[in-house]
Design a protein around this ligand. Structure first.
Ligand SMILES: Cc1ncc(COP(=O)(O)O)c(C=O)c1O
Length: 449
């Protein structure tokens, strides 16, 4: 098992060949199979003596892989797709082959150094100080939770008498904020957005002050603004909210899991004015920064506050406490894959300008999609896209019509677009993060509506 013998050598050739074909070819869309279908084809794969690599690879290639939707297909527009660059995918193979440990400087200095340069690029784009820093974690959910845990830890020492903690965010914040609040056993002050679905700083200030007046022994320990909501791609009033939080000494967290990627484009950067006020922010390279799953960049203005909250202590770990930058100290984790490296490699390879160009391309296609929807006799655009999410409705359709259409679109292998809802009404949305998605792809889908 641990010897690179002739059999493994032959298997390596097959695995690399499969990987290269997958990378070179346009990906198939594919789709889920039922458990029964999969079992009928695959049966039990875990056996006492093993199937052999060739057989296991065949099962993956001919059955399992085909029962997974390719998230990088140009007409995969549901949820938030992924569109890794070729170089980032290739480097993921290197990371897999290298047994790198990304938890500590002692074990992974070179990898951590490179990851930190990629984080610094993001931190500089956001306008955070030189002294900021962070870590790549698994996804936006863990990134948000880790930032909020750091925020509460900092608040606890400031307000020792508080009986109950709360997070303030908009009622359109991502579900992971509510999930973080549940994990942390804190309350959520959900603040209404304005008529354009943006959370405004003045409303945040008013609601926080009212909350503190009404609950004298409760304390808001973090205000979360969203820089690109998942459903509609809306950017909150980052500046106004940041001011409201800063003036009250409350931790300001910006959830930019999807949208903050557009900081990379000088054209869209001004949309994020106010992010520089953040105490922490997240952005997921696996969403719109063209990196493979799974990588969320979590950046803190004052990493020392995060370190105090997250460092694990034990006799066997104290040797790592040597003043070096240990990524495990900045989030809820210990062992970690160097998941930021594929992103770093691609950035280092192509340079940041290419990122801006690719980003602008996706936003141009989103604008063209909005135009096509406005011209379509059966469709109504919900709002002009601010970033690259285009939301719309089909006249006269009920929820079940949307679902039937979505199922058929996938069955016909045309595209993957799932129904969502907005203010209780069913909607459709295209999330365009893939530079391979063209206006023609959009037209192909719109022709079925
Ligand atoms: C705004 C926002 N925050 C957080 C998340 C959660 O990220 P992840 O799925 O990587 O955990 C998402 C996911 O779509 C998101 O759009």
């Amino acid at each position: 098992m641990h010897e690179f013998d002739e059999e493994i050598d032959a298997l390596a050739a097959k695995i690399l060949e499969y990987s290269l074909v997958r990378l070179k070819k346009d990906p198939p869309l594919d789709g889920p199979w039922s458990y029964e279908e999969l079992y009928a084809e695959v049966g039990e794969t875990i056996t006492e003596n093993g199937l052999g690599g060739e057989k296991a690879l065949d099962i993956f290639k001919h059955v399992l892989a085909q029962a997974c939707i390719s998230t990088d297909h140009p007409r995969y527009l549901a949820f938030i797709p992924s569109a890794p660059t070729e170089s980032s995918n290739l480097f993921d193979l290197v990371v897999g082959a290298s047994a790198l440990y990304g938890g500590s400087w002692l074990e992974g200095a070179g990898a951590v150094f490179a990851e930190n340069q990629a984080l610094k690029w993001l931190s500089d784009l956001a306008g955070l100080p030189e002294t900021s820093g962070g870590v790549f974690v698994q996804g936006g959910t863990v990134g948000n939770l880790s930032a909020l845990v750091a925020a509460r830890h900092a608040a606890r020492s400031k307000y020792p008498a508080v009986k109950r903690w709360a997070i303030a965010c908009s009622n359109e914040a991502h579900s992971s904020i509510k999930s973080a609040a549940d994990v942390m056993d804190v309350d959520v002050l959900a603040i209404p957005t304005d008529k354009n679905h943006k959370l405004q700083g003045s409303t945040v200030a008013f609601e926080i002050d009212q909350y503190h007046r009404n609950h004298p022994d409760h304390q808001i320990f973090a205000v979360v603004a969203t820089a690109g909501t998942t459903n509609l791609g809306i950017i909150d009033d980052l500046y106004g909210i940041g001011k409201a939080a800063n003036e009250r000494g409350i931790w300001y967290h910006v959830d930019g899991a999807y949208g903050l990627a557009a900081l990379a484009s000088p054209r869209s950067k001004p949309l994020f004015k106010g992010v520089e006020l953040a105490d922490s922010f997240i952005v997921d390279p696996h969403k719109w920064l063209f990196a493979p799953f799974d990588a969320c960049a979590l950046v803190y203005r004052n990493p020392e506050l995060a370190r105090k909250a997250h460092t694990q202590h034990a006799g066997y770990l104290d040797t790592l406490d040597d003043g070096h930058w240990n990524p495990s100290d900045y989030a809820i984790h210990l062992t970690r894959r160097t998941r930021g490296l594929p992103f770093w490699f691609s950035l280092a390879t192509h340079g940041t300008k290419k990122y801006a160009e690719s980003m602008d391309k996706t936003m141009d296609v989103a604008r063209e999609a909005a135009l096509l929807i406005k011209e379509h006799p059966n469709l109504e655009l919900l709002m002009e896209p601010e970033l690259s999410i285009v939301a719309f409705t089909r006249k006269g359709w009920q929820q079940s019509d949307y679902q039937k259409w979505s199922d058929k679109l996938l069955n016909d292998q045309i595209g993957f677009v799932t129904p969502s809802s907005h203010e209780g009404q069913p909607i459709l949305r295209f999330a365009i993060v893939n530079p391979w998605t063209s206006t023609t792809d959009i037209k192909v889908i719109l022709a079925t509506l």
